[in-house]
Design a protein around this ligand. Structure first.
Ligand SMILES: C[S@@+](CC[C@H](N)C(=O)[O-])C[C@H]1O[C@@H](n2cnc3c(N)ncnc32)[C@H](O)[C@@H]1O
Length: 799
């Protein structure tokens, strides 16, 4: 039965469009899908021409189509997409259910390479139509192993506008539960092959202020293991400066020591996603409870936080860098008003026109004018903030929650700001949710002539740097609600006091005080930063309970054993492996990070940046009786399936065995198949090896009707007489379904037997107790149907 859910705005504690529980439990009858205030508010905003209004409202009342995206590394995604297109969709064409034709899934027209799909079928069809049931099963398993991401179509858009490349430093400010984070990670890993992962030089920091939701984020992003990922748990509006030694360590002689020190140490980002908490009224089709609870005051209240998050992002962006600001709200107060206020508050940024970036995407331009309401009863009569304030009794003025930035800029200003470059998506245009996107760019360095005749980056001027620093002081250091938008700084491209032609890396004021320890030599690998006393024990970091990461020395016995056992090549980045505990003891897992993540961990206090995870697990200690029987020593680690793509490029031939397709079938069918049951040459090859962890390269081939089209690389463990495929049970089932078209695993057989037993037991109970079975009869459901419903509850997890 439907549970009551909280009614807070999206991204607040009670749930969001990205919260699966929230999405599923909210049930409301169609006749209750109306809200006079909502209609009157949005009519006042003129969001749509009159003739579209009915279609808009009607679509808002219809459930959303099911949409999903083929995820993972690009090559693997293309392959799986081909399977959907060439194997599944043809079977789903021409399905008739209860006398009605059911349409097969279709590719979303604007998603690159056709990797996103949508289909519109009732749950009953998914449950009862054999063709759709099979497809649904396939989707469930592929979702669990991370190859498919069920995600609302519009939610796939922001990362596409960010255009992340593998070398980019990327920040996802409000990232949980992480569907967009996954897309950003995929873009960082665009150079991965089907079997092995590249190690991008770039970085993704995925942040969310909600501790519990960061765990969803970690779970979601584990599907694409990345040495370039960090997850933090901070309020994005006061995200601290991250310190890394800059690539530039030499500055012109006249650079002030304080400026040089700062510029050496602040990480600036190429791409930032601000998918901010919002009122979420664009998600009504998925969360129909919003019809009942919608209030314009949610948007009014969130405006200030949204603005501060966007402004913080602007301060952390490199010149030439890009921010995507997005909400799933249609409310201009949360959208254009935030963007306009942010642009007015900080010089050097502009809205980018990307209206033709995704051919096939139907959208509308941003609004240039709107009418904020000053009460939930929809009072939009005040044309300006000044009019509104004047209308208040003097004693009330100080406590008013309305800000000047809730109101639109003048028509002239709106034109200069190019607010029409914002992108609005309305549900009736392409059968989606409602959405808003703005793409902001920090203007690239403009070369301007200086008095000395050398070429200078004019916007590096002291004036504009001061503008940024001024904002940092007002906003970041006082993490309270803004009562005001900082005044616009005059744009001055002429440097009054040109300093130097420095990289963007460090042009910002750190958000929290730090001192540079000048005594430490440049080459030291020790952190060069020390924090002011007590700083890490204050505020958010005081209660941070996670363990720190500790890098292990390249000559540590464990890493040496891994190098030996896996025949790791000389270029294996042993110095980038770390463990998750303060002293480096009780080691169970080894993590791997790339150089920039290593640099951040080394130079920043983990509690201050509330570091939840970094990099990816690659090796795990082989524990349990199986390991003891196999004689595994304390330094005997196995390569983990999740980290295998990352370490595969370094693993040497001694740790690799080649097998055919038949061997894969045996390994999937039984938990511990005997070595003697395999055919040669695989059998002799593996029997000749000592017990331990190996990597098997399964070669393409045919087996009955099944085809392995591309090499598959998986970890195994060899014991005295048997082998084990080191994948978890669900991953084995997904693999089996993908390759053999059916679940041939022991787990599937056991589950089927258990289900049969349960059905038999339930039937016996029903016969024994007629009274107990009566409510079921009343509800009109049979046990089979309930069991089916449970299956559907185990639905593909949604973003
Ligand atoms: C719209 S959701 C983000 C969805 C996410 N980008 C995705 O695609 O899966 C907004 C998120 O903002 C988080 N949030 C709310 N206030 C925040 C703040 N001050 N700083 C950082 N995150 C915040 C919420 O916990 C929520 O997870």
């Amino acid at each position: 039965m439907a549970k009551k859910k909280g009614k807070g705005p999206k991204g607040q504690k009670s749930g969001s469009r990205d919260d699966p529980a929230w999405a599923r439990t909210d049930v409301i009858e169609r006749e209750h899908m109306q809200n006079d205030r909502l209609e009157s508010y949005y009519k006042a905003q003129n969001i749509l021409p009159d003739e579209e209004w009915d279609a808009f409202l009607e679509t808002m009342r219809n459930p959303l189509p099911i949409t999903f995206r083929v995820a993972g590394s690009r090559q693997a995604a293309r392959l799986l997409n081909d399977t959907i297109k060439d194997v599944h969709v043809p079977h789903l064409g021409g399905v008739v259910f209860e006398g009605e034709a059911v349409s097969p899934p279709q590719q979303i027209p604007w998603y690159p390479e056709g990797l996103a799909w949508q289909f519109n079928v009732a749950k009953k069809v998914l449950r009862k139509s054999p063709e759709f049931k099979k497809f649904h099963n396939f989707l469930v398993f592929e979702t669990e192993v991370g190859n498919i991401s069920r995600q609302e179509a519009v939610s796939m858009l922001p990362p596409l506008f960010l255009e992340v490349e593998p070398h980019h430093r990327v920040m996802d400010m409000c990232a949980a539960p992480g569907s967009k984070t996954a897309q950003l990670l995929e873009a960082l890993h665009a150079h991965d092959t089907i079997t092995s992962s590249s190690i991008p030089s770039g970085l993704l920091i995925a942040n969310d202020s909600d501790y519990k939701r960061t765990h969803l984020l970690i779970h979601q992003s584990a599907r694409l293991p990345s040495p370039a990922l960090m997850v933090t748990n901070l309020d994005a509006s006061i995200f601290p400066a991250i310190k890394i030694p800059s690539e530039q360590t030499h500055f012109p002689a006249d650079t002030k020591a304080r400026v040089a020190a700062k510029r050496q140490y602040q990480l600036m980002f190429d791409r930032i996603l601000c998918d901010v908490p919002c009122s979420g009224d664009g998600t009504m089709r998925k969360n129909p409870g919003i019809w009942k609870h919608w209030s314009p005051m949610d948007g009014n209240g969130l405006h200030s936080l949204q603005l501060r998050i966007l402004q913080r992002a602007m301060r952390m962006l490199k010149k030439g860098g890009r921010i995507v600001y997005s909400t799933c709200s249609l409310n201009p107060v949360e959208n254009e008003a935030v963007v306009a206020a942010a642009l007015k508050s900080m010089p050097g940024f502009e809205l980018v026109d990307m209206s033709n970036h995704l051919p096939g995407l139907i959208h509308r331009p941003g609004l240039t004018s709107w009418k904020p309401t000053v009460s939930k009863e929809i009072n939009t009569t005040f044309a300006t903030y000044q009019d509104y304030i004047q209308s208040l009794d003097e004693t009330q003025r100080g406590s008013s929650k309305m800000l000047e930035s809730h109101w639109p800029p003048s028509a002239d200003e709106a034109e200069k700001l190019h607010l029409t470059r914002c992108i609005r998506i309305y549900p009736h245009l392409q059968d989606t949710g409602g959405f808003f996107i703005a793409i902001l760019q920090k203007k690239p360095p403009a070369k301007a002539a200086t008095a000395s005749g050398t070429s200078k980056d004019a916007s590096e001027s002291k004036r504009s740097a001061d503008a940024v620093e001024g904002l940092d002081k007002s906003d970041v250091k006082k993490p309270k609600l803004d009562s005001d938008v900082p005044p616009e700084e005059p744009q001055n491209d002429e440097a009054e006091e040109p300093e130097d032609d420095l990289p963007e890396e460090a042009a910002d004021e750190p958000a929290s005080p730090m001192e540079v320890d000048q005594a430490k030599p440049e080459t030291s690998t020790e952190p060069k930063i020390r924090f002011k006393k007590g700083k890490t024990a204050e505020g958010a970091s005081a209660h941070f309970k996670e363990n720190p990461y500790t890098f292990i020395a390249p000559d540590d016995p464990i890493i040496k054993a891994c190098i030996e056992n896996f025949d790791l090549s000389a270029d294996f980045p042993a110095s980038n492996t770390l463990v998750r505990n303060p002293a480096g003891d009780t080691v169970r897992s080894l993590y791997m990070v790339n150089d920039i993540v290593k640099s951040i961990i080394t130079h920043n206090d983990f509690a201050r940046i509330r570091l939840m995870t970094a990099g990816t697990k690659v090796f795990g200690k082989q524990e349990g009786t199986e390991a003891k029987r196999a004689g595994a020593s304390d330094t005997h680690f196995r390569v983990l399936a999740e980290g295998l793509p990352v370490v595969l490029p370094y693993i040497g031939e001694r740790a690799i065995v080649y097998a055919d397709f038949a061997a894969l079938r045996i390994l999937l069918e039984a938990y511990y198949p005997l070595t003697s049951g395999f055919a040669d040459p695989f059998r002799s090859m593996i029997e000749a090896k000592p017990n331990g962890s190996y990597v098997v390269r399964f070669q393409p081939g045919h087996l009955g009707n099944a085809t392995l089209a591309h090499e598959l690389v998986l970890p195994i463990w060899k014991s005295n007489v048997s082998l084990t495929l080191m994948l978890d049970k669900r991953a084995k089932s997904a693999l089996s379904l993908r390759i053999f078209g059916e679940d041939i695993t022991t787990m599937a057989r056991e589950a089927a037997a258990k289900k049969m037993q349960q059905k038999q037991a339930a039937a016996a109970d029903a016969i024994a107790s007629a009274a107990a079975s009566a409510p079921d009869a009343e509800s009109g459901k049979d046990k089979d149907e309930e069991a089916d419903e449970e299956d559907v509850q185990e639905d593909i997890v949604e973003d």
